[in-house]
Design a protein around this ligand. Structure first.
Ligand code: ADP
Ligand code: ASP
Ligand code: MG
Length: 584
């Protein structure tokens, strides 16, 4: 039996769904197809619920958007003669959905239980429609409701699976007689039959449960990228798919933000020794990533870099903590009681402070609870009230082989330091499969790209030039760079990009680089310039290996060098004034 899962973007509309059929239809053995809601619909359902519960009329618009997505998909996929029956069933389900939302709107409230009931419609409708489409194309496909097969507890929104009962139900129901069974991912039910959901991104997990229960040879996760990449391909242009990974490495990467795989997915596969394949629905010819027990046979060190956004740091400090047993115990107990998920921990060996990283949305809840718990110590001055820092993210280097190698953290932190990324806290897991640092969210893109360059693209170093002055000297320089770009890259492994240009009237900054055969036209379309305006653009771009190149003889500009240097932007100039200023 093959088990395939298609995510939201793989079933976003008629064209994508048609691409899934090509992958399903190739199969000689029976296939289970687990599908997500049409891309973006779960967000819309949650938004509609929130709006209805706060009695905002806009919930109707959100519902209309959802209705349109599904009805358009049916019309775009099915031949005319088959549409009527399917449309009437879909409309019936949408009416029930409307009634549920209307209920929340009338009462002005929603419960997690109702939220799951509403949220389930995304997957229920897409699985039903996709099964009908496959049938219309001559495939013997049946829809089956996963709520009858996956049993969970009643933690609505993030329900915990009873694996034993689930496996028994799946094995009894899915015996391989039907060639293609289409199942909704993400949704399940508790012992009373109430609808539950497995957490955002949970369709991957549903598919892993089916694969585990049926001892499938492989679990195929089909998505919109060609595997698990060395870093998020949407943020790091040089990222590339990792051909093979161990389960532990994949777990660590997904836990630290590689959204392409929902972390709980790995457990059922690991338990049953089932390899997980991550493949691209739109480029089925590409090999993707294979995750399996010996997925890192050569013990390679750093395999990927990931990041977790929206983190807050909570620090408890004070002389009253030294040598007093039980402080950390109380600290973590309070967080546990308030259901605060601790993502990151560091404690200074002086015992003078404990610092944890938590989700930003839980920061005020957590800090209030901790301050209350340590009220007495705070009053006496032994401990200071908890400090909260927000707008932070975690970046992490991940790889099985890191434990055998010295100097990786040194290289990580010096790379970040050279690029002026301020590190707020550091942790290395005891497994040494991960080194993580907490940094400001505004530095994430720069940090990921710098680290990626240092650990995966060492061969080529990218320099980002901000040129000021394009008279005789400046324009010749731009021409020379244009002529030499290829040689510099090939022979010296330097990728030189001119990212900013300013003359005395105009300035322009393009993060992807300014084409050097058209720089003067691009500059003419730029904004009015000023030394401060240009400096602000350079700072805002916040690019790694930035260099300010000055080809003017202006004393005013040389007055700005110190400001650039303070931001770790190098300065290169032919301006003699810089060398004749006072020492201070
Ligand atoms: P699906 O809807 O198929 O479940 P997701 O949106 O959940 O897809 O996951 C795929 C997305 O994960 C990619 O489009 C990419 O933006 C993001 N992503 C983040 N980190 C990584 C990574 N290291 N490798 C691949 N994709 C990643
Ligand atoms: N549709 C759900 C979500 O968006 C589950 C999934 O796509 O995996 O979270
Ligand atoms: Mg997903």
């Amino acid at each position: 039996m093959r088990v395939l899962k298609f995510g939201g973007s793989s079933v976003a509309g008629p064209e994508a769904i048609a691409a899934t059929l090509k992958i399903v239809a190739q199969s000689q053995t029976p296939v289970l197809v687990v599908v997500s809601a049409l891309g973006g619909v779960t967000d819309l359902l949650l938004e509609a619920t929130r709006q209805a519960a706060s009695q905002q009329e806009q919930w109707r618009e959100s519902l209309e958007a959802i209705e349109k997505r599904y009805l358009d998909t049916v019309r775009g996929l099915l031949p005319l003669e088959r549409q009527a029956a399917v449309l009437s069933r879909v409309k019936m389900e949408l009416n029930t959905l409307e009634t549920l939302l209307e209920g929340a709107w009338l009462i002005g409230e929603s419960t997690p239980k109702l939220g799951d009931k509403i949220g389930s419609y995304g997957e229920l409708l897409s699985a039903f429609i996709i099964a009908q489409y496959y049938r219309s194309q001559g495939v013997s496909a049946e829809f089956q409701d996963s709520r009858d097969l996956i049993e969970t507890d009643s933690t609505f929104g993030d329900a915990k699976v009873n694996q034993e009962k689930t496996y028994t139900k799946i094995a009894a129901a899915l015996t391989g007689e039907i060639p293609v069974v289409v199942l909704p991912g993400f949704i399940a039910s508790n012992a009373h039959g109430d609808t539950t959901t497995l957490g955002r991104g949970g369709s991957d997990y549903s598919a892993a449960l089916f694969a585990g229960a049926l001892q499938a040879a492989e679990l195929e996760i089909w998505t919109d990228v060609s595997g698990m990449y060395t870093a998020n391909p949407k943020l790091v242009s040089g990222a590339r798919p990792i051909p093979t990974l161990s389960y532990e490495e994949a777990m660590e990467l997904s836990h630290f933000g590689a959204k392409v795989l929902y972390p709980p997915t790995i457990r059922p596969a690991l338990q049953a020794g089932i390899p997980i394949l991550i493949r691209n629905t739109f480029k089925p010819g590409e090999p993707g990533t294979r995750i399996e027990a010996d997925g890192n046979p050569h013990g390679r060190t750093v395999r990927g870099i990931s990041y977790v956004p929206d983190i807050a740091l909570l620090s408890l400090e004070g002389p009253g903590m030294i040598g007093i047993p039980g402080i950390s115990h109380r600290f973590f107990e309070v967080l546990w009681q308030k259901n605060v998920n601790v993502v990151f921990i560091t404690q200074a060996s002086s015992e003078h402070s404990i610092c944890v990283g938590i989700r930003e949305s839980q920061a005020s809840l957590a800090s209030e609870a901790v301050n209350l718990a340590f009220e007495r110590e705070i009053e006496k001055g032994g401990i200071t009230p908890v400090q909260v820092e927000t707008e932070l993210s975690i970046v992490a280097l991940v790889g099985d082989g890191m434990k055998q190698h010295q100097g990786l953290s040194g290289r990580m932190f010096s790379t970040l330091g050279r690029n002026n990324v301020n590190i707020r806290a550091i942790a290395q897991g005891a497994s040494e499969r991960n080194i993580s640092a907490v940094i400001g969210s505004s530095d994430v893109k720069k940090a990921l790209n710098t680290l990626h360059e240092a650990f995966f693209e060492e061969q080529v170093k990218q320099l980002n030039l901000f040129v000021m002055g394009v008279g005789n000297v400046g324009s010749r320089l731009l021409n020379q760079i244009r002529e030499q770009q290829k040689v510099l890259k090939k022979d010296y492994r330097l990728l030189i990009r001119v990212v900013g240009i300013s003359n005395s009237r105009k300035m322009v900054v393009r993060e992807k680089g300014i084409p050097l055969d058209q720089w003067s036209t691009v500059l003419e379309e730029g904004a009015p310039t000023s030394p401060k305006g240009y400096y602000d653009l350079v700072r805002k771009a916040n690019l790694r290996n930035s260099i300010f190149i000055v080809n003017t003889a202006s004393a005013e500009i040389s007055g700005w060098y110190a400001a650039y240097l303070r931001e770790s932007v190098a300065v290169v100039t032919c301006n003699k004034i810089a060398c004749s200023d006072s020492y201070s």
